[in-house]
Design a protein around this ligand. Structure first.
Ligand SMILES: [Zn+2]
Length: 177
């Protein structure tokens, strides 16, 4: 059985080293859609794979990306200083922020949240099966566990700015660490 939950966020970025001049030379934003697919081998006592209300941390994690700038840490120092100094909500990443990398990253982070989750309602083997990131209405990238090898990175190199951490209701870092 597969269940799916959809989240939305608006983020800005630059995608370096791609064909499109517009994408690689301009700060621009997208209205992203994140689809989270979760599987299980049995239903819980509420006859569900899992109650969506348990996904409050996933919701807060994804909300961290809303109205944030996604900054590749290999940008030059001038650009990084500009973004850090003039934007409060910044997520620094050890890779360029494409739909592909965002889906693999969110898979890794949400997988950690799910593995650290305490299920108390007779849930079965609840697993994250895929994260699908739509950057536009016409295209998406989907990451599964098999795709981790495409993007080796350390979760600790994903840095959320103070402007994001200050509004967290939960200590997300401790739940993904
Ligand atoms: Zn873009």
């Amino acid at each position: 059985m597969v269940i799916r939950k959809l989240f939305r966020f608006e983020s800005a970025h630059i995608v370096r080293n791609c064909y499109s001049e517009r994408c690689r030379e301009n700060i621009h934003g997208h209205s992203y859609t994140a689809e989270i697919f979760i599987t299980s081998d049995k239903l819980d006592k509420g006859f569900m794979v899992m109650d969506f209300s348990l996904l409050y941390l996933v919701k807060e994690l994804i909300d961290s990306f809303d109205h944030s700038y996604l900054l590749w840490n290999e940008e030059n120092d001038d650009f990084k200083s500009f973004i850090r100094n003039y934007s409060a909500r910044v997520i620094e990443l050890p890779f360029s922020p494409t739909a592909e990398t965002i889906s693999i990253m969110l898979f890794a982070l949400i997988d950690r949240i799910l593995s650290n989750m305490e299920f108390k309602n007779g849930e079965g083997n609840v697993q994250l099966s895929a994260v699908r990131i739509h950057e536009t209405v016409t295209g998406y990238a989907e990451a599964t566990r098999a795709d981790w090898g495409m993007l080796p990175f350390d979760i600790r190199d994903i840095r959320f700015s103070e402007g994001i951490r200050n509004v967290w209701q939960n200590d997300i870092l401790s739940r993904i660490g």
